[in-house]
Design a protein around this ligand. Structure first.
Ligand SMILES: [Zn+2]
Length: 363
């Protein structure tokens, strides 16, 4: 099969001919139809951060959607021809955290085709060395999200970032009538958080960012429920309080990325309602000096959330199927496998959260 492989960190990928994987009895083989290309990929493939890259050369690629092509003898509840999204989060099933039913905290956690969180992650990475920038990959059935016909493969290839936003909103208890603030609303995580907050019934969605054109586009999703602020026009906290009768938002989703300034986050947290929760999903790396007394007196929470469960992704798929979660505003920009380096260069230019950048390995 053809597969895009990373041979050296920060170097262009090469499309190589490699053996098609053979699924173990407990695995399935998936023909990849689409794989998401996300802003963070260039940073991860540089190998310059804390994460552990797979042994190189490696078939990389994080968010696969495709068709089950072969089912191992011991794999059940899945059939050849099933349309699926593959949750790339690998967990060991045996560590303290897995035994306590929190696989997202697994001591060996890794993303198939992407990186390991810990030195211990390499065993899992080596057990599933097939990333999604290849024509075929293997996975265990419990990591598959069954895709209803209403979800396209290209839309499902966005489930990684969408699921990250969804899990954060669930963490914050967002539901009907919730007021949600979103820092970085025009980016990939921010647009997803907005679409999902709408789907969950949030009535006030207040987002800020720097891209005025993007802000107008976000507001256009639901002008009655969404309001936006261009950063620099007003302090975020003042604006949030002004838009919430002086109370603040129930949940602040912070999509500030690595290298972003903590000052906006800190400012925005001044616009949290008493009892509210700020959730970091963007990998803000600058230290955040919290006002601990206010956090105590107002019973505030600051927490981190990364990724999501397969069940959460399945819920998203069902929400799309019945029209509750509308992905129709995302515009897909698809590249063939041979265009992988162009796709990575394209996301580096930050095309904005409405653009869904994917690679279609079958093209
Ligand atoms: Zn584990």
């Amino acid at each position: 099969m053809r597969a895009a492989r990373l041979h050296e960190p920060s170097q262009p990928m090469r499309v190589d001919q490699v053996d098609r994987p053979r699924p173990r009895p407990s695995d399935v083989l998936i023909k990849v139809m689409s794989c998401g290309v996300i802003p963070n990929m260039n940073a991860v493939f540089s190998g310059r951060y804390w994460h552990h890259l797979p042994p190189l050369p490696a078939i990389v690629g994080l968010d696969a959607a495709g068709i089950v092509a072969e089912v191992g003898a011991a794999a059940s509840k899945v059939s050849v021809g099933d349309r699926v999204y593959v949750n790339p989060l690998l967990s060991c099933g045996a560590c303290h955290y897995c035994r306590y039913e929190t696989p997202l905290l697994c001591s060996s956690a890794a993303f198939q085709g992407y990186f390991g969180f810990f030195p211990d992650s390499m065993k899992l990475i080596e057990a599933y060395p097939y990333g999604a920038f290849g024509e075929y990959m293997t996975a265990e059935p419990h990591r598959l999200v069954k895709l209803p016909k209403e979800v396209t493969f290209d839309q499902a290839a966005r489930f990684g970032y969408l699921g990250t936003s969804f899990s954060a909103l669930r963490f914050g208890g967002v539901g009907g009538g919730s007021w949600v603030g979103i820092n970085g609303i025009t980016g990939t995580l921010g647009v997803g958080a907005t679409l999902l907050a709408l789907a969950l019934g949030a009535t006030r969605i207040l987002g800020f960012g720097r891209n005025r054109e993007g802000l107008a586009q976000v507001k256009g999703l639901s002008p009655a429920r969404i309001d936006t602020l261009a950063l620099g026009d007003l302090p975020a906290a003042d604006w949030l309080l002004d838009r919430t009768d002086g109370l603040g938002v129930d949940v602040l989703v912070d999509c500030t990325g690595r290298g972003g300034a903590a000052s906006t986050t800190l400012d925005a947290m001044g616009g949290l309602k008493r009892g509210g929760t700020a959730i970091n999903i963007g990998a803000l790396s600058e230290p955040l000096p919290l006002n601990a007394t206010r956090f105590m007196n107002s019973r505030l929470q600051y927490r981190g959330s990364n990724w999501f469960t397969t069940g959460e992704a399945q819920r998203m798929a069902e929400m799309v199927a019945v029209g509750a979660f509308d992905l129709s505003r995302l515009v897909t920009r698809a590249f063939p496998l041979e265009g992988i380096n162009d796709a990575l260069a394209f996301v580096k230019e930050r095309p904005g959260g409405f653009t869904n950048v994917v690679v279609n390995p079958d093209r």
